[in-house]
Design a protein around this ligand. Structure first.
Ligand SMILES: [Zn+2]
Length: 585
C-alpha cells in the first residue's frame, strides 16, 4: 500500500515537473562554465605596478568588477610549478596532494635521471606524427588528492566536462585532476598540442584541425622563429605563445561544447609564457612588463569571446585568477641594492656532500651518496649506496644534514663574476635551515608559521632526502639576469587571487588568504564535496547573499522539449530569489 502511494506521488511529481533530478545535487546547473585561470610565475605586485596599463576587462575584470584579494600567500615552502598547480586544483598543499617538485628521483622507475611529476611510461603520447620521439605518456599518477573538477565530475556522475590546458604538461594535468575528460599541452620541440592515452586514444577532431590549421606557424612567425626546432625556448617566452594558447582554449571550448550543457563545465587554463620569459629576464625587466600587458590585452578579448560563446554570456561564467608561484628578484638586481643574493652552485654542493659521505662511510672511494641532477630545495639521497654501507635512513639523512654547513662554506662565491661591481656585499651562500625527510614526517619542526610552511611541504616522493632552506634572495646558478622560485620567502609565495561571477560581491579584500581557498570556495558554491585533502577556507567575505545571486536567462532549449517545458524552465530561472547556494557566515 505504502509502495503504491509512493508510486502515485512519483507519477504526480513527474506530471507537474517536480521530479527529483536523476542527478540530484546541491547546485542548479549554474554557472554554465567555471574557468580557473593560472598565470605561471606571476607575482601579485605586477597587478599593482602595471595597473595603469590595463584594458577595461582584462585583469580589470577581477580588479574592478570582481572580488579581488591582494594578500594571497601560499602557506608552504616548495614554490614550484607542479606543486603550485596541484594546490590550486586540490585546495591542499604538498602534504595533502603529494607533489613536491617538478621532478624527483624514483630509483624503482628510473636509475638514470629524475622522473617528472606527470610522466607515465604505462601510457603513450597522443597527437604526434607517427615515428616522432614523443617520450613516455603522461598522467596524474602522483597526485594523491582529488581536485574541485574531480568532485564536480563525481557529483554529476561524469556529466560535467572538465579539461586542462597549458603549454606545460604538468600545468595542464595537475589542476584539472585524475577524473578530467582531457588535458592538452604542447610538444616542447614542435609546439603541437598533444595529450596522453591516459585520457583518450586519439586527439579529438577539433584538436587535430587546430594543429593543422596554420595557427602554429603563425605563432612562430609572430615570434620571429619561423624555423625553430625548440618551440618552448624560442616561442614559449613570447606573447605569441599566449595568444596561441588562448586560441587553443577557444577551440576546445567550441569543440567540446563547454558552457552549453545541462550541468556546469570546468576549464583549468594555465598561461606558461610569463614563466618561460620570467626565468630569463626576472620580474623587474621591461620585457616582463611587456608580456604582462600583452597578456592583459589577450585576456580582455578572451573574456569578450567567452561572453559571446557561453550560453547566456559572461554572466553565466565564474572565473578565478591566481598563479602557481611568484619569483625572486634577479640576483644581480637584488645584490645591487645590498641584499645577499648569492648563487649556489648546486652541482658543487652535491660534490662536497659526496666527498663528506665518502670520508665518513667509504674512505678512499667515490661512491654516489647524494644523487646528481637535482634542483633545490630537495636533495635526494642514493638509498642503495647507504644501504650497502650498512647505513639506515635516519643515519644517512642525519649525516648529510650534518655535512651541509661545511659544504655551504666551501662554495666560493660562484656568482661573483655575474654580479655587478657595485654589489654592497661580497655574495656569500648561507644555509638558513635544513630538514631531513624523517624530521618532516615526524613533525619535528618549530611551532611557528615557518614550521607550518615546512610541514606543508612534506612529500614521500623522492625516497630519502634532505630539504635545504638557503637565506632569502639566494638560489642556484643563473644565466645573465635569470632568476627562479623554490623558497619559503614571501616573494615566491605572493600571488593574485581574484574572482568574477554572479556569487561574488565586487570589492578589494585586504587580509591574508591562500590559494587553497580557491578550490574550497568553488566547491562550496557548486554544492559539491570539498576536494579530498582540501584545507582551504570559504571566502565568505566576498560572497553576495544567496538571494542576490542571479544568472542571465539562458537561450531556450530548441527541439526536443515542448513549449510548456521551456516556459517552466525560463520561469524557474528568472525567479528573483534563487535557492541559497551561497553559505553565509
Ligand atoms: Zn610555474
Amino acid at each position: 500500500m505504502l509502495k503504491r502511494s509512493l508510486s502515485l506521488i512519483l507519477i504526480f511529481a513527474l506530471t507537474i515537473g517536480l521530479a527529483p533530478r536523476a542527478n540530484a545535487s546541491a547546485y542548479d546547473a549554474h554557472p554554465k562554465l567555471v574557468v580557473i585561470l593560472v598565470i605561471d610565475q606571476f607575482r601579485e605586485d605586477y597587478l599593482e605596478r602595471y595597473r595603469s596599463d590595463f584594458k577595461p576587462k582584462g585583469f580589470r575584470l577581477f580588479l574592478d568588477h570582481g572580488a579581488y584579494f591582494p594578500d594571497c600567500y601560499y602557506k608552504y615552502s616548495n614554490l614550484l610549478t607542479a606543486p603550485g598547480h596541484s594546490t590550486i586544483g586540490t585546495g591542499a598543499y604538498t602534504d595533502g596532494h603529494g607533489i613536491g617538485s617538478n621532478a624527483w628521483w624514483d630509483l624503482d622507475r628510473n636509475k638514470d635521471r629524475p622522473v617528472t611529476s606527470v610522466e607515465d611510461e604505462r601510457y603513450a603520447i597522443v597527437g604526434m606524427p607517427a615515428g616522432s620521439d614523443a617520450g613516455p605518456g603522461r598522467s596524474p599518477r602522483n597526485l594523491l588528492a582529488s581536485t574541485v573538477g574531480d568532485e564536480l565530475r563525481l557529483d554529476t556522475k561524469g556529466q560535467a566536462r572538465v579539461f586542462g590546458v597549458s603549454l606545460k604538461d604538468r600545468a595542464a594535468i595537475l589542476p584539472a585532476g585524475a577524473a578530467a575528460n582531457g588535458a592538452f599541452w604542447v610538444d616542447e620541440a614542435t609546439g603541437r598540442f598533444e595529450t596522453s592515452t591516459y585520457y583518450m586514444p586519439q586527439l579529438p577532431d577539433w584538436a587535430t584541425a587546430f594543429n593543422s590549421s596554420g595557427r602554429l606557424d603563425q605563432a612562430k612567425q609572430e615570434a620571429n622563429q619561423a624555423n625553430t626546432t625548440n618551440f618552448e625556448n624560442e616561442v614559449g617566452g613570447t606573447s605569441a605563445s599566449i595568444s596561441y594558447e588562448l586560441d587553443f582554449a577557444k577551440a576546445l571550448i567550441t569543440g567540446e561544447q563547454m558552457g552549453k550543457h545541462d550541468v556546469t563545465d570546468m576549464l583549468t587554463l594555465s598561461i606558461s609564457g610569463t614563466d618561460i620569459l620570467g626565468h630569463r629576464v626576472g620580474p623587474d625587466a621591461d620585457e616582463q612588463r611587456q608580456i604582462v600587458d600583452a597578456l592583459d590585452t589577450d585576456l580582455d578579448s578572451f573574456f569578450a569571446w567567452l561572453d559571446k560563446n557561453v550560453e547566456g554570456g559572461l554572466g553565466n561564467v565564474w572565473i578565478a585568477i591566481t598563479a602557481d608561484h611568484g619569483v625572486a628578484p634577479s640576483p644581480a638586481i637584488a645584490a645591487q641594492l645590498g641584499l645577499n643574493a648569492a648563487q649556489i652552485d648546486t652541482k658543487k654542493l652535491i660534490d662536497e656532500l659526496n666527498d663528506a659521505m665518502n670520508q665518513k662511510f667509504s674512505p678512499g672511494e667515490k661512491v654516489v651518496y647524494v644523487l646528481p641532477k637535482q634542483e633545490l630545495p630537495y636533495l635526494s639521497l642514493n638509498r642503495p649506496s647507504f644501504e650497502r654501507a650498512g647505513i639506515n635512513e635516519l643515519e644517512a639523512e642525519d649525516a648529510v644534514q650534518d655535512a651541509l654547513p661545511g659544504a655551504f662554506q666551501s662554495l666560493t662565491k660562484p656568482g661573483d663574476a655575474k654580479l655587478p661591481a657595485q654589489s654592497k656585499l661580497p655574495p656569500r651562500p648561507v644555509l638558513y635551515r635544513s630538514y631531513t625527510r624523517l624530521q618532516l614526517a615526524g613533525g619535528d619542526l618549530p611551532h611557528t608559521e615557518f614550521g607550518d610552511l615546512l610541514a606543508h611541504s612534506y612529500t614521500t616522493n623522492g625516497g630519502w632526502y634532505v630539504r635545504v632552506v638557503p637565506a632569502a634572495f639566494q638560489m642556484g646558478l643563473m644565466k645573465n639576469n635569470g632568476t627562479t622560485h623554490f623558497t619559503p620567502y614571501s616573494y615566491d609565495r605572493h600571488v593574485p587571487l581574484g574572482f568574477y561571477g554572479a556569487p561574488f560581491a565586487t570589492g578589494v579584500y585586504h587580509g591574508r588568504v591562500e590559494p587553497v581557498d580557491l578550490a574550497a570556495t568553488f566547491a562550496s558554491l557548486l554544492g559539491v564535496n570539498q576536494p579530498s585533502a582540501s584545507v582551504g577556507h570559504i571566502l565568505t567575505q566576498a560572497l553576495k547573499p544567496g538571494s542576490e545571486v542571479t544568472y542571465p536567462k539562458p537561450v531556450p532549449p530548441r527541439g526536443r522539449r515542448g513549449a510548456r517545458a521551456s516556459a517552466r524552465k525560463a520561469a524557474t530561472e528568472n525567479a528573483p530569489a534563487k535557492k541559497t547556494e551561497t553559505p553565509q557566515p
